[in-house]
Design a protein around this ligand. Structure first.
Ligand code: TEU
Length: 560
């Protein structure tokens, strides 16, 4: 068994810096806060962290609107802080990945300011387009070039008085889409990556890739083609869902750009022998388009892996064991040969894992994550089972919720509940900040659900998480075969086996009622079997043995 490169079997932890740990009492998380808690990752058994953007930003989309790609945002700290974070993390053996946001820049960036003024070299930095003329019903309003819709609601085109043209923004108005048909822009992306690789970053999570490139007017008689209407009649024009994003998302040309970036990183590594830097791509797309991020049939290589969001998009509390098995096998069978799989259960854009599923599934879902082959991804708080926080309309700050929702509907869109501060302990602001106000309210269940308490309790989600990350050091979990199947509508098994090594079996009842299953249907399971990990609410303790032909699992119970 050859040693695996670090990223192929790591536990990857997402930090949302604004909500992780505040060191200076302003109610906003920062780099010094992260530095002060680096030991947490060692204790939890995490191998690598990726941080949502920490770069200079007006914070319209909390860092995803970058005004300077080469600077640390002042609320988060300084370049010295970042260098210290990197150094200390590396000393502890933890890899550090940054968020690379290539699709767009803040309208307050030099790029955009210069482009709007048509400063030579910047004219075509963004997707600029003429208006087909004034609105017939309102002559003071210019008609947009096409019916394209922004992800955050409204038209994807915004009029610039200064330039007397529209610019494209697939996200907020303040996030202008770069023009990837411009070689100067393509070069600038290399420059940005090189800058952070030189600093020592171990790689990037690459943001919003499906939106990188749009239809070229040159292919459509010189104008931007309308996206087809979706046929769903209750959507208003310029509302998300009104159109099918045929000309704005998943365009085949975008993959060449991803392959170009991989080539760039691999070239960079030729001068750094023995080193590995990685690209993990982010994008919500169907399975075929997602798999193309790995590479194509012609042999081009892309991201080290595309994030797998299937547990977020295709499974929920309503799913049965067969749904789980189907969704897991779909990734593993569509994945190109030799690819590294990964599993994401939550992030800063979606409701938290225990809220989307059931509270009693936390340990089972973490067990599944850790026992499946490949990379286990954890969003901050999943290791202690943090649930969505309640954020009132008055406290809502997410641009998507504010644009698309109102007092009655904002909760359908708001990403704030998944972004409330981390629960360190039962003290002021859950130990997140000593400040009077935090940027988002702390969830009110922090006294029951917090790290300090779970470290003390004899049984807790955190202790289960630690046992699981420790188990991943076993060769079987890194190199073994997998076999996954539903034993009933409620219970699934996952077997990991490797000749001459221990076999590990996960039994997981995903339903909200108890289930009794026969163990003779689980391949490789030899009885009596020792329990390594059991969910917090299980009647069985780690160290106990299972004998007998059948076993009854409580709702949500999992046993390894
Ligand atoms: O999200 C990209 C993305 O695909 C969005 O559609 C996302 O799913 C949506 O906002 C969820 O409501 C990335 C970031 O993760 C997100 O936080 C940013 O807002 C977005 O890019 C723009 O940079």
């Amino acid at each position: 068994l050859l040693p695996l490169d670090w990223w192929k079997h790591c536990v990857l932890y997402q930090i949302y810096p604004r909500s992780f740990k505040d060191s200076d009492g302003d109610g906003i998380g920062d780099l010094k806060g992260i530095i002060s808690e680096l030991e947490h990752f060692v204790d939890a058994g995490v191998d690598a962290i990726w941080m949502s953007p920490i770069f200079e930003s007006p914070m319209v989309d909390f860092g995803y609107d970058i005004s300077n790609f080469y600077k640390i945002h002042y609320e988060y700290g300084t370049m010295e802080d970042f260098e210290e974070l990197l150094k200390k993390a590396h000393e502890l053996g933890i890899k550090v990945l940054l968020d690379f946001v290539p699709n767009h820049a803040s309208t307050e960036s030099e790029y955009f300011i210069n482009s709007e003024k048509k400063i030579p070299g910047y004219e075509d930095y963004f997707v600029w387009a003429d208006s087909p003329g004034p609105d017939p019903n309102n002559a003071s309003v210019m008609r947009p070039p096409s019916n394209w819709v922004s992800q955050f609601g409204g038209s994807a085109w915004e009029w610039s008085e200064a330039r007397q043209q529209f610019y494209l923004h697939q996200f907020a108005i303040e996030q202008a889409d770069f023009n990837f048909r411009n070689p100067v822009v393509r070069q600038e992306m290399f420059n940005i990556m090189e800058f952070w690789l030189d600093k020592g970053a171990d790689g990037f999570r690459v943001d919003a890739l499906p939106y990188l490139i749009e239809a070229d007017p040159a292919d459509h008689n010189g104008s931007y083609p309308d996206d087809p209407l979706s046929g769903i009649i209750h959507f208003e024009p310029h509302q998300l869902g009104y159109t099918i994003p045929l000309y704005t998302k998943d365009l085949i040309e975008l993959y060449d750009i991803v392959y170009e970036w991989r080539e760039f990183v691999d070239k960079y590594l030729e001068d750094h022998p023995g080193d590995t830097r990685v690209l993990f791509s982010e994008g919500y797309a169907n399975v075929t388009m997602t798999m193309l991020y790995y590479g194509n049939e012609e042999g081009a290589v892309g991201a080290h892996f595309p994030f797998n969001f299937d547990f977020i998009t295709d499974l929920s509390a309503k799913s049965n064991a067969r749904d789980f098995v189907y969704i897991i096998l779909r990734w593993l069978t569509y994945m190109p040969h030799g690819g590294v799989p990964n599993w994401v259960f939550g992030n800063h854009d979606n409701n938290r894992m225990p809220t989307r599923f059931r509270h009693n599934m936390v340990d089972g879902l973490n067990s599944l994550n850790m026992l499946l082959p490949g990379v286990a991804v954890t969003y901050q708080g999943e290791e202690i089972g943090m649930r969505d926080g309640y954020v009132s309309w008055e406290d809502t700050v997410d641009v998507e919720a504010c644009n698309r929702g109102d007092e009655d509907t904002y909760h359908l869109y708001s990403r704030d509940p998944a972004r409330t501060p981390y629960h360190w302990n039962n003290g002021t602001n859950a130990g997140f900040s000593t400040g009077e106000r935090t940027w988002l309210p702390v969830a009110d269940d922090f006294k029951e659900i917090n790290l300090a308490k779970q470290k003390e309790d004899t049984r807790s989600h955190y202790k289960v998480y630690q046992a699981l990350t420790a188990l991943r050091k076993e060769k079987t979990l890194a190199y073994g075969e997998y076999d996954i199947r539903a034993l009933s509508d409620r219970t699934l098994y996952l077997v990991r086996s490797l000749p001459t090594h221990n076999t590990y079996v996960l039994l997981f009842n995903v339903a909200d009622t108890a289930d009794t299953v026969r163990l003779d249907r689980v391949p490789h399971l030899k009885l009596p079997a020792t329990i390594y990990v059991s969910s917090v609410h299980s009647n069985r303790l780690a160290g106990a043995t299972i004998d007998g032909e059948q076993v009854t699992l409580q709702a949500g119970e999992a046993l390894v």
